[in-house]
Design a protein around this ligand. Structure first.
Ligand SMILES: Nc1ncnc2c1ncn2[C@@H]1O[C@H](COP(=O)(O)OP(=O)(O)OP(=O)(O)O)[C@@H](O)[C@H]1O
Length: 221
């Protein structure tokens, strides 16, 4: 797994997200490497939009004020190829035209040279989540839980500076959810980078084991 050589805190400094004239949410917090900050709130309260802003790709339909800082650097001053926000969505979004292993190889930073080395990293990443021997499989032949594990490893091999988790367990059934949740949090924390989790589910927040921020209602924060 790619280690991040310079893990830094992630700060959401007075971040306000607006849609038309409506304020959706306000958050101000610093997340330390290895820490999970959970954002909870009702549907439509702007949680996914907050993650998009934190990742540097806010939809132009929204207006945001406040800043996102990696360490002391404003995200907008960090070149796009150095931001490296690792994102996991509800849907694993595996590339259908690549094999399972190809999905992971694709995410390995270009600085890691050599076909053999890249393949070896991907094989190890699969092995770590119980998917040894799955390298050449078509992603469509995997179960939901297996896809979620591949998506996790694809994100982690990319050497992210921080992780943004947008309800990554919500499509899994209860038993699988519990198992996948434990795996994601242990591996994400081991990556030693700041983690922001968005969820509706109190059990996710409990398993994450960090601070929880409740954001506003649909009527506006
Ligand atoms: N591209 C867009 N243009 C206009 N409005 C949008 C756009 N994307 C989302 N919205 C609206 O912005 C609000 C916030 O959406 P967002 O997806 O951030 O909420 P959320 O809290 O993540 O919701 P959920 O928990 O249901 O995923 C919602 O009212 C949504 O309908």
């Amino acid at each position: 797994m790619q280690a991040v050589d310079d893990p830094m805190p992630l700060t959401l400094a007075d971040v306000t997200i607006r849609l038309a004239e409506r304020t959706l949410l306000f958050v101000s917090a610093t997340v330390m490497p290895g820490e999970v900050l959970t954002i909870m709130g009702p549907s439509g309260s702007g949680k996914s939009t907050l993650l998009a802003f934190a990742g540097g790709f806010l939809d132009p339909a929204f207006r945001a004020s406040g800043r996102v800082l990696i360490g002391n650097r404003d995200l907008t001053d960090v070149p796009a190829n150095e931001r490296r926000a690792g994102i996991l969505f509800q849907d694993p979004l595996l590339f259908p035209h690549l094999s399972v292993g190809g999905n992971i190889v694709f995410a390995i930073p270009q600085a890691v040279k050599g076909h053999k080395m890249r393949r070896q990293i991907a094989e190890q990443a699969l092995e770590q989540v119980g998917l040894a021997g799955f390298f050449d499989r078509d992603p469509e032949t995997l179960s939901g839980g297996q896809k979620a594990r591949v998506a996790l490893q694809r994100t982690l091999v990319s050497a992210p500076r921080y992780l943004l988790l947008d309800e990554p367990f919500s499509k899994l059934d209860a038993a699988l959810r519990q198992q996948t949740r434990a795996l994601v949090f242990s591996k994400a924390k081991a990556a030693g980078v700041p983690i922001i989790l968005v969820t509706h589910d109190g059990a996710d927040a409990e398993a994450a084991g960090g601070r929880v921020i409740e954001v506003g209602s649909e009527a506006g924060a």
